[in-house]
Design a binder for this molecule. Structure first.
Ligand SMILES: [Cu+2]
Length: 155
């Protein structure tokens, strides 16, 4: 093979790889519905404790085996401190921050987002196995950051 031919093979390999990656990207976005977490809704951070659903943080049942867990993150804690759900429940976490940016990660699950004042985050997860999951803040938010935690108990 001459040099020109080798170059052409190499170029078409590169082009086809790009095409494969693009197709995989479109398939995951439109075929599987994967996307980056976006802004679900906004809320006035000064009024957040008076605005539904954040005026009543906590767990509520919205259907059979389906729950909504409304959480507030603040320096330095979460409200509520603990929720208890039966195994097999699908829990939709709806959360925001009242003061500065915090993190929200439910250990052992893919529930992981930032709590940004003024923005409402939402993510669902099905807890299949009984156990305990720690909810931690993963954005450094000040002197009491390491004290920020809550718990999901799956019975
Ligand atoms: Cu923190």
């Amino acid at each position: 093979m001459n040099v020109k031919k080798v170059e052409m093979v190499f170029l078409s390999l590169c082009a086809s790889m790009l095409l494969v990656f693009l197709l995989a990207l479109f398939y995951s976005a439109y075929g599987m519905g994967m996307h980056l977490p976006g802004v679900e809704a906004t809320v006035d951070p000064r009024e957040v404790r008076q605005t539904a659903p954040f005026d009543e943080p906590g767990l509520r049942e919205v259907g059979e085996g389906q729950y909504e867990a409304v959480f507030l993150g603040f320096a330095w804690g979460f409200q509520p401190r603990e929720i208890t759900v039966p195994a097999g429940s699908e829990v939709t976490f709806i959360a925001t921050a009242t003061d500065v940016i915090h993190g929200f990660h439910v250990e052992g699950t893919r529930v992981n987002f930032m709590l940004i004042p003024g923005q409402v985050a939402r993510q669902s997860y099905t807890f299949r196995e009984p156990g305990e999951h720690l909810i931690i803040c993963h954005e450094f938010c000040g002197a009491g950051h390491h004290l920020m935690y809550a718990r999901v108990i799956v019975e």
